[in-house]
Design a protein around this ligand. Structure first.
Ligand SMILES: [Zn+2]
Ligand SMILES: [Zn+2]
Length: 219
């Protein structure tokens, strides 16, 4: 069998375990497969533990299923990848974390923390289709960042947001990821990340994210 050269992974997906979504795990997985994704990462709000039921589904479908978490911080939401349930101990649950402390703690545990949707958008007389878009200053001031979320499915119709964030990532030598931020199954895959390295385990995912050899795409 030919070796796969690209892996398309939606790195930002919510399910019913978030409490803000009604999406059933099975429906999410089926939609991801229909859209031709190779994998998804479940990133529930506030708790890594709540998505543990996805572990049982990992071997039942031809789809890579990873689990991370999306935490509220003093620099906006951040996505956490590659941390182990036990070592993580559901850290940051139901509170606003210090973003720098989070980045450093995740790195110590061998994972990676990435700011989610780190932009500020207002409507006005700007020349960007009436949108005034800027990078969230709180994120611009963080140290030891590896990547930011440049494409988020909720802004799929506003390419200017992705352009501004993509330019910022290039200028700062940061990786640029994409994720749908789907709260319903049909939105899974509206944005995703294309990796040029084989990814089959959480460790592969972290290594690939560190390598910055990937790019975000709107689906
Ligand atoms: Zn968020
Ligand atoms: Zn989200």
């Amino acid at each position: 069998m030919a070796r796969k050269s690209q892996f398309r992974i939606d790195l930002h997906v919510h399910s019913k375990y978030s409490g803000e979504s009604l999406a059933e795990p099975k429906e999410i997985i089926e939609c991801a497969l229909e859209k031709g994704l190779d994998g998804i990462c479940i990133t529930e709000h506030g708790s890594l533990y709540v998505s543990r039921p996805f572990e049982e589904l990992k071997n039942k479908y031809p789809l890579l299923i990873f689990r991370g978490v999306e935490l509220a911080t003093d620099a906006g939401h951040m996505l956490v990848y590659g941390v182990d349930d036990e070592a993580w101990d559901d850290w940051g649950k139901d509170r606003i974390c210090n973003a720098q402390e989070l980045i450093d703690r995740v790195a110590k545990l061998g994972g990676i923390a990435i700011p989610a949707h780190p932009w500020h958008i207002s409507r006005g007389a700007g020349d960007q289709n009436g949108l005034i878009v800027s990078v969230d200053d709180r994120v611009a001031n963080l140290k030891n960042l590896t990547a930011i979320e440049v494409c988020n499915g909720k802004q799929a119709g506003n390419p200017i947001v992705h352009e501004i964030l993509g330019t910022f990532a290039r200028e700062q030598s940061l990786g640029a990821i994409g994720g749908s931020d789907a709260h319903t199954p049909e939105n899974v895959g509206r944005a995703f990340t294309i990796f040029r390295a084989p990814i089959y385990t959480p460790q592969h995912l972290v290594n690939a994210l560190m390598s910055k050899r990937y790019y975000p795409q709107i689906g």
